[in-house]
Design a protein around this ligand. Structure first.
Ligand code: ADP
Ligand code: MG
Length: 698
């Protein structure tokens, strides 16, 4: 029996392997590249490539691939064999430094939103040495960035790395002002908690909606849902436990620190949380986790649903992006320290986040926007589409005291003077109670809870890192020029609290009253759909900030907006087509069959006993026939609406048309279908019901 420590990272070309397999010089040079982002020379790359190849072959690999994250949200890979013909007619296994550093997938079919004309269809991938290579199946996977020949980023990793870089640079300016001369980098870290559903493969295969769209487009509410909350942290079923055990082992081999797994609120819903790590590695790991989840599920006769809202009326699945920033020495900058000076520094970083979230609410909202996630955000589910920050009462009281120059009513009543007083430690249990906030401070990190379960976490972290870097940049500009640092610091913190107070909300985020207060009194944004928020990526203030920091070029932003909106449009059109197909070929025929059989029954019964009224049966046939008419009419309406789609001048208009013309009819079409499901004998219904799906895994 192998132990966890035997298998952990066994398929990763990690620091242990590098140290053991590289010469001291090569190792030192590579380490410098990883830690400080210095350029790698080709001689070193050749040595690393050789060691990587030998290690990979020894571990059963025959191919290598540049693994990258195109803008579609999934990961992509193009496999090349290590094998080269040798002069004696045999083969040798080859892999050079050049192949390690740069690959050229023919990328013409990856979405680029107009960035890459067809005549220059090739993009190139470039090794990201900060994320370790790993073996998947028989393939050595090399994490890479993906760019066009013009140098435009065609992936999510490139801007993520850029955003980490600018955040580090600006945070260091602040740290220097506080007398920290030793920190060389500031790193953002993330621990993404991943929610998912498991259903049996057998049932999944019977539902075209699940197969084509990832969610159920029809389905009456089951008699038992999540009302009892008895699934949450409940006993894990044996089939699920076996899946989790297998999944953990696969993830551990890839060096992914999957730590906790438990049931979630909804039946059949579960969660996996890894231990947090540097943002770009956490992003790679989360992509891998989603992929491995699906593979392992298949081995257990299950399907892992990563869609944000697979079941209407049942909790959706999200991802909690636990985010913090720390120095390379390990000091968490969102943790109040032990000395007054550290506390003032903490408050300044806290203010940077508050300002960032307020100034760039729209970017945070759109960074998580997809057709699927729209069913959670702004649709009576946590969290709402309005971005706000939860700080907790203790911290809120401190900010109050600072803003108003009043005594802080903490353990002892006193004036808070920055740079003099020690802040209380924020206990986790006082900061973690609010589960409805989209952006909650949880003791020494922020938890951004708006991400959808299928989102790449790259987008949210690009925006978060950039927005915070921008606050820090402005803060540093002010403070570096100050005559009296402490006074300037105090004034800056006060002014920031005053100007951005509106984004702080400690109450219940589900509350209707909050949405009204947020939008009407506080002027916060409430973009309910992707079509509403995505166009704002190109708002002047957003373009200025993101291009000013060098995270995106304007062309890259334009292409991303187009791709995200295209995705939105395509997803909904596929759903609409799946709906009309299912009503015509499955649902209506089933109701028809059942109604006909009931009608036949009536005739048969009346033959035996002519006096029978058959009131219930007659009534039922009538209702079913009416429902069939209603379904047919709505299906016609949806088909007609579909015909009007596709002619819009631009993608923004197109997505608005889809939001306004398709989505409402789709909701309306669902109603009579779900009603019919409740009236139709189970044996006639053409696919598994919610009850089957949600309680079907043993
Ligand atoms: P829960 O939110 O379920 O109560 P925790 O708060 O303990 O669980 O952890 C949630 C996630 O937050 C985990 O992935 C954990 O590794 C991560 N996390 C903990 N501390 C930090 C930090 N300083 N920075 C980023 N992520 C963190
Ligand atoms: Mg959490």
């Amino acid at each position: 029996m192998s132990t966890v420590s035997d298998i952990f990272g066994s398929l990763v070309f990690d620091d242990r392997v590098m140290r053991a397999n590289l010469s001291a010089d090569v190792y030192a040079s590579l380490r410098k590249t990883i830690d400080e982002g210095t350029q790698l020379d080709i001689g070193v790359a050749n040595s690393v490539a050789r060691a990587m190849k030998e290690w990979a072959i020894a571990n059963g690999a025959t191919h290598f691939t540049h693994w990258f994250q195109p803008l579609t949200g999934i990961t992509a890979e193009k496999h090349d064999s290590f094998i080269s013909p040798s002069p004696d007619g045999g083969v040798i296994m080859e892999f050079s430094g050049k192949e390690l550093i740069k690959g050229e997938p023919d990328a013409s079919s990856f979405p680029s939103g107009g960035l890459r004309a067809t005549f220059e269809a090739r993009g190139y991938t470039a090794w990201d040495p900060t994320s370790y290579a790993f073996i998947k199946g028989k393939t050595l996977c090399i994490p890479t960035a993906f760019c066009s020949y013009g140098g435009h980023a065609l992936d999510k990793k490139t801007p993520l790395l850029r955003s980490m870089e600018v955040l580090s640079r600006q945070a260091l300016r602040i740290l220097r002002l506080f007398g920290n001369d030793t920190a060389r980098r500031v790193l953002s870290s993330v621990g993404p908690e991943q929610e998912y559903f498991l259903v049996t493969k057998e049932m999944y295969d019977q539902r075209p909606d699940l197969r084509f769209t990832g969610r159920t487009l029809f389905g009456a509410r089951p008699p038992k849902g999540q009302e009892l909350d008895d699934h949450y942290f409940g006993v894990i079923k044996p089939g699920v436990a076996a899946f989790m055990e297998d999944l953990n082992e696969e993830l551990w081999k890839l060096g992914i620190l999957a730590k906790t797994e438990h049931n979630e609120v909804a039946p059949a819903q579960h969660e996996l949380a890894p231990i947090y790590t540097t943002t770009n590695i956490a992003t790679d790991h989360n992509q891998l986790t989603m992929e491995i989840m699906q593979k392992v599920a298949a081995r257990h006769g299950l399907v892992c649903l990563l869609h944000e809202k697979p079941f209407a009326g049942v909790n959706g699945s999200g991802k909690h992006n636990n985010w913090s920033i720390a120095t390379d020495g390990g000091q968490n900058l969102l943790s109040p320290g032990d000395t007054p000076y550290e506390n003032a520094q903490f408050l300044l970083f806290l203010c940077a986040v508050i300002k960032a979230v307020d100034d760039y609410q729209d970017l945070l909202r759109l960074s998580v926007a997809t057709a699927g996630n729209d069913h959670r955000l702004g649709a009576n589910e946590a969290p709402p589409a309005v971005v706000s920050i939860f700080l907790g009462d203790e911290l809120d009281a401190i900010l109050d005291a600072i803003e108003n120059d009043t005594p802080y009513e903490g353990a002892e009543k006193k004036m808070m003077k920055l740079g003099v007083d020690v802040l209380p430690r924020f206990r986790r249990d006082t900061t973690d109670r609010n589960r409805t906030s989209p952006f909650a401070f949880t003791g020494n990190k922020f938890e951004f809870r708006m991400l959808g379960s299928s989102n790449s976490i790259a987008c949210a972290n690009i925006m978060l890192n950039s927005a915070v870097a921008e606050s820090l940049r402005l803060f540093a500009d002010t403070l570096e020029g100050a005559e009296d640092f402490e006074t300037a610091l105090h004034d800056l913190i006060r002014a920031t609290i005053r100007d951005h107070r509106r984004i702080i909300f400690n109450g219940n985020g589900y509350d209707e009253a909050w949405i009204r207060e947020a939008t009407e009194e506080r002027g916060l944004l409430n973009y309910c759909t992707t079509a509403d928020c995505m166009p704002h990526l190109l708002d002047r203030k957003n373009v200025d900030m993101l291009t000013g920091l060098g995270v995106f070029t304007e062309e890259e932003l334009r292409s991303r907006r187009d791709i995200m909106l295209e995705n939105y449009c395509k997803s909904i059109v596929i759903e609409a087509n799946t709906m009309t197909d299912m009503t015509r070929t499955l649902i209506v025929p089933a109701i028809e069959r059942y109604a006909a059989d009931v009608a036949k029954g009536i005739t048969a019964k009346k033959e035996i006993a002519p006096g029978l009224a058959c009131v219930y049966e007659t009534d039922l046939v009538g209702k079913l026939s009416e429902l069939i008419d209603e379904i047919a009419a709505k299906t016609d309406e949806l088909e007609a609406a579909l015909l009007t789609i596709g002619g819009a001048e631009d993608i923004v208009e197109e997505s608005a048309a889809i939001r306004d013309r398709l989505l409402p009819v789709m909701s309306e079409l669902r109603v009579p279908c779900d009603e019919a499901e409740r009236l139709t004998a189970k044996s006639y219904w053409p696919f598994p019901t919610y009850a089957d799906l949600l309680f079907g895994v043993k």
